[in-house]
Ligand binder design. Structure first.
Ligand code: THU
Length: 130
């Protein structure tokens, strides 16, 4: 499954709209239904309105009625793809829909993949008022 997610993240990277940074990112999320959703970073002339690839993919999934993310793959880089860590905002958004064991795959290619868990990348996450 990690190779499949990596390949879909790499393909989604092709849809990135990144004329300002030139840094293109794609993401693929495996959801509770078994379906996979993808997203890319979408930049804006007003830079702060940029949406990261991970959040594009997660929001697409949730908008389609999903409620759980079981794994995510991320593929990013300026010219060529390299291992790209998710930003803090995307880690926090992922933590809303994924548990601490959720695999986070960083794809350099369809076969060069590093694996972390969300808990490793966002320890002591803020979980709101429970
Ligand atoms: N970016 C992502 O898509 N995901 C991240 O986790 C980090 C950054 C995008 C935002 C911006 O379009 C570009 O990468 C450079 O920061």
């Amino acid at each position: 499954m990690k190779e499949k997610l990596a390949k879909l993240a790499l393909a989604a990277r092709g849809n990135a709209y990144a004329p300002y940074s030139g840094f293109k990112v794609g993401a693929a999320v495996l959801c509770g239904s078994g379906k996979i959703y993808t997203g890319a970073n979408i930049e804006n002339a007003s830079y702060g309105l940029t949406n990261c690839a991970e959040r594009s993919a997660i929001f697409s999934a949730m908008s389609a009625g999903e409620c759980k993310v079981c794994a995510i793959a991320i593929a990013g880089g300026k010219d060529e793809c390299d291992y790209t860590m998710p930003c803090g905002a995307c880690r926090q958004v992922l933590s809303e829909f994924a548990d601490e064991n959720c695999p986070v795959y960083l794809a350099k290619s369809g076969t060069e993949i590093k694996a972390y868990t969300l808990g490793e990348l966002l320890p002591y996450a803020f979980g709101g008022i429970k």
